[in-house]
Write a protein that binds this ligand. Structure first.
Ligand SMILES: CC(C)(COP(=O)(O)OP(=O)(O)OC[C@H]1O[C@@H](n2cnc3c(N)ncnc32)[C@H](O)[C@@H]1OP(=O)(O)O)[C@@H](O)C(=O)NCCC(=O)NCCS
Length: 206
């Protein structure tokens, strides 16, 4: 990325971090290494989470942890240490010029984010996902590969929208909801911390 003043540290050492590092490298974004439990990425591992403070002055951070709550906790820690976030948007995605993308978001190749969409902090929009016009996505939510979300939806914080699922237009989804793979959400989900599956989507525990 032209003019980028600092290189990037990826926080996370699992599958999401593995994918993101290869996307960053393919975009010629300098990656210093990764922080977290010693795991898949040992050749570029910089240390565990408690060493974050050693790097906050000199690097940007992007948190690549799939668990939405852990992602939020680590992001808060980085903020408290004075760290700054990097948002990544792959060049083969489309983001409307008037869409707003929060700090630390990651937009994968093939993702489409239409006009006036609003993404909070730390949102992951995975490969081939579509977010309709004026739809709002809350902080630290995951939009999985191949998801379609219609226009004018409101998706809460810490929501996991499962792979290949669909949410029709003007629907509200409460915080901490999990939407199962392949589900079709056709009405509001008011209950927080619930799991919805199927076509049409229903509460798994009812
Ligand atoms: C919905 C989900 C979270 C449920 O996980 P879980 O709580 O561990 O539930 P279980 O696997 O025990 O399944 C419970 C029941 O729901 C059914 N079920 C689970 N997921 C389902 C889905 N997506 N669609 C339809 N039925 C589903 C199971 O068959 C099982 O039915 P049974 O009780 O009749 O046997 C999970 O299956 C899922 O879809 N996760 C999304 C994964 C994803 O998007 N990953 C993205 C990676 S990038």
């Amino acid at each position: 990325m032209d003019g980028m003043s600092k290189s990037v540290i990826v926080v996370g050492t699992g599958g999401y971090a593995l994918e993101l590092i290869s996307l960053l490298k393919s975009a010629c974004i300098p990656v210093k290494g990764c922080i977290g439990p010693k795991n898949k990425l040992s050749e570029i591992w910089l240390g565990p989470d408690n060493e974050l403070g050693c790097f906050t002055d000199d690097y940007f951070f992007v948190v690549a942890i799939g668990d939405v709550q852990k992602r939020s906790e680590i992001s808060k820690k980085i903020l408290s240490l004075g760290g700054e976030f990097f948002s990544f948007r792959h060049e083969n995605s489309f983001v409307a010029e008037n869409a707003q993308i929060g700090a630390g978001c990651v937009i994968y190749p093939g993702a489409i984010i239409h006009s006036n969409a609003l993404l909070g902090a730390g949102v992951l929009v995975n490969s081939g996902a579509t977010i309709g016009h004026e739809t709002q996505i809350g902080n630290f939510s995951n939009i999985s590969p191949g998801v379609s979300i219609g226009g004018n939806c409101t998706i809460g914080n810490f929501v996991h929208v499962g792979i290949g699922s669909t949410i029709i237009e003007k629907v509200f989804v409460s915080d901490l909801v999990t939407i199962g793979a392949g589900a079709a959400v056709i009405s509001n989900i008011e209950q927080t911390n619930a799991t919805y599956i199927g076509v049409p989507a229903n509460n798994l525990n009812r």
